[in-house]
Every structure is written in structure tokens, then in C-alpha cells.
Design a protein around this ligand. Structure first.
Ligand SMILES: Nc1ncnc2c1ncn2[C@@H]1O[C@H](COP(=O)(O)OP(=O)(O)O)[C@@H](O)[C@H]1O
Ligand SMILES: [Mg+2]
Length: 690
């Protein structure tokens, strides 16, 4: 209902009023003016003299009633200057009203108070007398500061919200995890871009369809259960399942999921686990190899000592039986078998990264060129062999004997993978180091053979893993190469695809050292001038055997069982020409420590270390100077003679044999050939390296 107008206003529209009525009316109007919640000010004349202003105006502006009667320029000062003056002028001059919204004012709400910013809406209307002549301007308005601030705040918070949403969207789009929202039925509502990369389906191919269509059938039951748990309000973490990519490959995923209360949906984040699982698998493999290595290494150590005795004794027998050829054949058979055994042990040690290595700088181009003739003799002519060497001088650090074993193993594997012929390419390339170091040389063996299935590839490095028929593969080739590469500070990488061939890349540390000459033709048979050797070996059988070998090479031998006794002997007399010591010895002083103390007594004393089982740190700690050498067990008398010649640096020592390198190479070729009676010239196969 509309309330009746006040009597004064009713009267205003009625007949002529009495002066009393007029006074009442005026008073009522004045009261209305004073009580009006909005500001009202009346300006008169061209100078806009303030004729009336209500308390609301004073409250907002902070001005006081003493402005009444003053022109606006003087009364309002700051406001007048800040644009209000021209407005008054315009309304007064044109007679047109003006409306201002959200006008920004600077106000002082009470005399002496601080300046504040306020906002107001106001209208300026011309005032006319009874004859229609304009005589002033009425300004009416009200403060809108709170509304204005609230509107501004709302706008700002909308902008913040938008920025946050944009950020969330960007995260959603750029996440390397798949983020998806499922509805209550398990159908995709939203998916981020990564889903397409991971699963091969565009968002529009996923949205509206159920997870059931994409989960690996074997994981459907567990996935449904997990989904139900999340829908019931229990967030899930680290849930593993598999999705099937559009191209059919299986993608393992790890999920975190929560229920979104507000939208009756489930938000899931899925991480691609392929790399992680591959790394885990690699670690498992590495641990397995490590365990096998430790076991193998331990057994091989004892075997080596025994084989050294067997080989040495058989050598002595073969020589002694010169006059009895029938028995010499038997002794030679035993010697061959022992050497095959030694080769097997050596490959086991290589797999276990425990093969004693004597790294040297190898000129890769020359090395590969030298390998070529051996390969041509070993590999059928249905296979094209090419060697691609770089123009630059490329040298790597590697044990030459083991390197040749490794390369032959790789090439023979390639040959076996190309029974119908194909192409075998050997390359040497430089691989830069990311850390600014010398980097690697990559020796690669590339074939166009049958390649490996993913299952074979996964197990190829395992010792004893072979896909070849019984008697044709030992399964020790790649494990040996892998062990050798790791022990040499490099690695073996395999790139293989079924039906397309295989590329094996052997990474070896690059060096700028001058490449040393390859082992030369063994020196002629001879005897050493009599030298006094102090032999330290804890294994009784072995000590006896080596003593006999040294004696047969013309040396005078003093034997000791342990480091302390040997040191005492060295202290007692200065008549030792060479210290030959095992590295691993019980009794508190190992071979290296003994050598260090001996060097303090006799700084230039030649030292020959021997060992059947050396881990990398032991070998690395040997400090091989020009007065020291290393001989891996088991060794033949000829190899011992070569080492002694090297250390004494004068006349050749003893009878020379074919050398460990040739022996190892021959064994590989023999073992990997369809028949060992192929007539290979296996004693001269060491490729040249300079
Ligand atoms: N170049 C190659 N091409 C295809 N398969 C290979 C190749 N090299 C190795 N393999 C696979 O790896 C297995 C292990 O190789 P290896 O350790 O040398 O043992 P072996 O040659 O005695 O079988 C082989 O049996 C073969 O299945
Ligand atoms: Mg092989």
C-alpha cells in the first residue's frame, strides 16, 4: 500500500493557501531537505553561491554550514577544482541536467579528519523560478563507496578466479600425467591432452565412453573394485593397472584418484610407468648380474690357482715327453683341456667384471683394420664385411686381449644371426661427453640379421642365456662383453629389432694417450741371466708350481708364504732382483701393501703382481709404474717369461708361447665355429694396434 502524502504536499496541489499553510509547507519541505538520506545542495547565480546544503551533504563532504552564502569556488575548493566547478557552469549555462555515476571524491568526513576516497552518484539539475528563468542548480546525490568497493572487489576476485582457473587448465593441459574426470558411471567427462599421447585416442574418442573399453581385460576386475572404493569416498593412491593403447601396446599406469563431492564424479591422475618399470627391471638385472658375478668370481679364483698348476705341470710334461710322442699327445690333450677351462673361467670373470685387465691406449681405426682379416677368415663369404673408420685419430683405453675377445664375440653373434648372409658393418665413432670429459669411443657391430625379440633382448646379457641349440651357444658372449665394457669404464648398448637386425655399441673411454704397439711376435727362445726372484704366494701347490716355472726359466727363487715373511727377507738382505707377489693374501699384509713397503726399501725394485681374481679397486690401486707389471692367473710359462723380459728390460726371458691374447682369441673362434677343425691360424690373430 502506498502511504498518503504529507499534508503540506497535499495542500501544494490544492487551492491557494494561507500564509500559515505556506510557512508549514516550507518547514516541512525544509525538514524533508534536512532529513533526506541523500546529499542535497542548492547553488544560485552564476557564481554558484551555496544557498542550502543538508546534513547528509555535510556528513559526506566534511564541510560545515559556514559554507552557506559562499560561492562554490571558495566553499568547495578542492572539489570545485577537481571537475565539479565546470559541471556547475555547464548546467547553469545550458539548462541541461547532468548525471555522474561513481564519481570519485576526496572527502574529509569530519573537520580535521583524514582525507578519504569516496564514491558518489549524483545529478545536477537546473533550478527555475515561477517564470521559468534559471536561477541556480540543485545537486542531489548519494554515496556509493561501499557498493563501488564491493563491485571492484567482486571484479578483482573474478579476475583472480579466472587466473587460477587458467592456471589449473594449463596444468591440466600440460601435465605429463594423464588427468581425467569420470562421471558416476565411470565414463570419461574430461581428459587432458596427454591422454592422447599416452593412449592414442583423441579426447572426443574418450569422452562419454567407459574406462571398461580401455583397461586391459586382465585388470578390469581390480580396476572396477578400486573405482568403487573411490566412489564410496576412500581416495586411492599408487593403484597399478594397464591400459591398452590404440595401437594395441599395453601401457602400465599408476593411479591416484579421489571423489569430487560437488560434481558426483571421480578425478583420476595416471602416470606412465613404462620408464620406471624399465629402470626397475634394469636394476633387477644389474643386481642379478652382480650376485652371479660375486659367486662366479669366488669360484673362479680357486679354479684359477688350480688351473695354473695344471697348465704349468702339463707344460712341463709336454716338454719332458719329447722322446715319447704317444704320451706327449696325451699330455697335450690335458693341456688343451686345461686351457679351455682357463678360457671359460676368464669369461666368467669378465662377466663378473673381475677379469684382471691391463688397459692401454688403442688406435681404433688401426685396430678395426687389423681385425678385418681375422673376420674374413672366421665369417662366411655370404656376409659382406665393411669397416667404417673415422678420419680423425680416435683412441680408447682398453685391454687389447679382452677387447678382441669382445669384438669377436659380437661379430660371431652377428654371423650367427645371418645364416642366409647379410651385411656386417664395424664402425668406430666418437661420442662427446656431457660433462666436458674425454667422452667415449663407440665401437659398433651392426648386422642385418634376424634381430632379437623383446624377450630375448631383455635377457641377452645374462650369463648362460642363449637361444642357440645345445652345444652351439654358451650364453657367455654378451655377458662377457657387458662385464668387460663396465669394468673398462664404458658400457654395452644393444639396439635390436626382430627381422631388422642388431646394432651392438661398445662404449670405451676415449683417451689422448699415445697408442702403444700391439703385442709383437713373441721373442725368441732363450734363458735369463740368473736373477733372484722373491716369490710370495699363499697357495702351497701354486707356489711350488711357479717356483718350478721360474727355475726352469733360469731364475733363482726364494719363496715366502705371506707378506710379513717376505718383508723380513727383504730387510735381511739386498739380493733380490724381482718381487713376484700374489695380490690377495691372508695374514694382514696383501700384495699391494707388501709392494709399497718393499718400494720404500728398494725404490726401483721390479715387482710382478699376480692374481686370479681381482676386483676393480684392487687393480686400480696397483699403481702400475714402469717397474711393475701384472700377470693374471692362470698363465703359461711363456707369458711369465714375457713379463719377466719386460721387467728386466734386457735379454728375453725363457721360452715364448703364443701369449694370452692369441690364446683367448683362438678359444673364442674355436668355440664359436661349427667345427674346431676348420684349420684356422689361431696363433697369429692379434690385430695390430699402434
Ligand atoms: N647380433 C645378434 N642378433 C640376434 N641375436 C643376438 C645377437 N647377438 C646376441 N643375440 C642373442 O643373444 C643371445 C646371447 O648371446 P651370447 O651371450 O653371445 O651367447 P651365445 O652366442 O652363446 O648364445 C644369443 O643366443 C642370441 O639369442
Ligand atoms: Mg655369442
Amino acid at each position: 500500500m502506498i502511504p498518503p502524502p504529507p499534508p503540506a504536499l497535499q495542500a501544494a496541489s490544492g487551492p491557494a493557501r494561507t500564509s500559515r499553510q505556506l510557512r508549514d509547507e516550507l518547514r516541512q519541505i525544509r525538514e524533508l531537505f534536512d532529513q533526506a538520506p541523500g546529499c542535497m545542495t542548492v547553488f544560485v547565480g552564476p557564481a554558484h553561491v551555496v544557498q542550502m546544503a543538508n546534513p547528509a551533504y555535510f556528513a559526506l563532504s566534511g564541510l560545515t554550514p559556514d559554507i552557506i552564502g559562499k560561492p562554490a569556488r571558495e566553499a568547495l575548493r578542492r572539489g570545485y577544482a577537481n571537475g565539479f566547478g565546470p559541471l556547475l557552469d555547464a548546467v547553469y549555462a545550458t539548462g541541461e541536467p547532468r548525471v555522474c555515476r561513481n564519481a570519485k571524491l576526496s572527502v574529509t568526513r569530519y573537520p580535521g579528519g583524514p582525507d578519504e576516497v569516496a564514491y558518489a552518484d549524483f545529478i545536477l539539475q537546473p533550478l527555475r523560478d515561477a517564470d521559468g528563468r534559471q536561477y541556480g542548480v540543485l545537486c542531489q546525490g548519494h554515496e556509493v563507496t561501499n557498493q563501488k568497493l564491493a563491485t571492484d572487489e567482486l571484479r578483482a576476485s573474478r579476475q583472480r578466479l579466472k587466473a587460477t582457473l587458467d592456471g589449473v587448465q594449463a596444468m591440466f593441459d600440460s601435465s605429463h600425467d594423464v588427468i581425467c574426470v569420470f562421471d558416476a558411471n565411470g565414463c570419461f567427462k574430461h581428459v587432458n591432452r596427454h591422454a592422447e599421447e599416452l593412449w592414442g585416442y583423441r579426447p572426443d574418442e574418450l569422452i562419454g565412453r567407459s574406462y571398461v573399453d580401455f583397461v586391459h581385460p586382465d585388470d578390469l576386475a581390480t580396476t572396477t573394485e578400486a573405482g568403487e572404493r573411490v566412489a564410496a569416498g576412500a581416495p586411492t593412491k599408487n593403484f597399478l593397472n594397464r591400459y591398452v593403447h590404440k595401437d594395441g601396446t599395453v601401457v602400465p599406469l599408476m593411479w591416484s584418484a579421489v571423489r569430487s563431492e560437488s560434481q558426483d564424479s571421480i578425478i583420476g591422475i595416471a602416470r606412465d610407468m613404462r620408464e620406471h618399470m624399465a629402470a626397475e627391471e634394469k636394476l633387477r638385472q644389474a643386481q642379478k648380474l652382480e650376485v652371479i658375478g660375486r659367486v662366479t668370481g669366488g669360484i673362479a679364483h680357486d679354479f684359477n690357482n688350480l688351473l695354473t698348476v695344471v697348465i704349468g705341470s702339463n707344460e712341463a710334461l709336454v716338454e719332458a715327453l719329447d722322446s715319447c710322442p704317444e704320451l706327449q699327445v696325451v699330455a697335450n690333450l690335458a693341456l688343451d683341456a686345461a686351457e679351455r677351462g682357463a678360457e671359460l673361467v676368464s669369461r666368467l670373470l669378465a662377466s663378473a667384471r673381475s677379469q684382471p685387465l691391463a688397459p692401454q691406449a688403442v688406435d681404433c681405426a688401426k685396430y678395426l683394420d687389423g681385425l678385418l682379416p681375422i673376420l674374413r677368415r672366421t665369417i662366411s663369404c655370404a656376409i659382406d664385411i665393411a669397416v667404417e673408420t673415422p678420419d680423425e685419430d680416435l683412441r680408447c683405453m682398453a685391454d687389447l686381449t679382452q677387447l678382441t675377445s669382445a669384438m669377436l664375440n659380437l661379430c660371431i653373434n652377428a654371423r650367427d644371426a645371418m645364416p642366409g648372409g647379410g651385411r656386417l658393418t664395424l664402425r668406430a665413432e666418437r661420442q662427446g661427453a656431457s660433462d666436458g670429459g674425454a667422452g667415449f669411443v663407440v665401437l659398433s657391430v651392426d648386422d642385418t640379421g634376424e634381430g632379437m625379440s623383446p624377450q630375448t633382448l631383455a635377457r641377452a646379457l645374462e650369463p648362460f642365456f642363449t637361444t642357440k641349440p645345445a652345444g652351439q651357444g654358451s650364453g657367455l658372449g654378451l655377458s662377457m662383453v657387458h662385464g668387460f665394457a663396465g669394468q673398462s669404464g664404458g658400457r654395452l648398448e644393444i639396439d635390436s629389432e626382430l627381422g631388422r637386425g642388431t646394432c651392438m655399441r661398445l662404449y670405451l673411454p676415449r683417451t689422448s694417450q699415445i697408442a702403444v704397439a700391439a703385442p709383437v711376435t713373441p721373442p725368441p727362445v732363450g734363458q735369463v741371466q740368473v736373477r733372484h726372484v722373491l716369490l710370495v704366494e699363499d697357495d702351497d701347490l701354486l707356489r711350488d708350481q711357479v717356483r718350478r716355472q721360474l727355475t726352469s726359466l733360469g731364475c733363482r727363487v726364494t719363496t715366502q708364504r705371506n707378506g710379513h715373511d717376505a718383508l723380513r727377507r727383504l730387510h735381511a738382505e739386498n739380493d733380490i732382483d724381482l718381487l713376484m707377489t700374489d695380490i690377495v693374501m691372508p695374514g694382514g699384509l696383501n700384495g699391494r701393501q707388501l709392494a709399497d713397503q718393499a718400494r720404500q726399501l728398494y725404490p726401483r725394485l721390479p715387482i710382478l703382481f699376480t692374481s686370479g681374481h681381482t676386483d676393480e679397486p684392487t687393480i686400480a690401486a696397483l699403481r702400475m709404474d714402469s717397474e711393475a707389471a701384472f700377470l693374471g692367473k692362470p698363465y703359461r710359462r711363456g707369458e711369465l717369461a714375457l713379463k719377466l723380459t719386460g721387467l728386466f728390460g734386457d735379454r728375453p726371458v725363457g721360452t715364448a708361447a703364443s701369449g694370452a691374447s692369441a690364446r683367448a682369441t683362438a678359444a673364442i673362434i674355436a668355440e664359436n665355429s661349427a667345427s674346431t677343425s676348420m684349420g684356422l691360424e689361431i696363433t697369429s690373430v692379434m690385430p695390430a694396434a699402434r
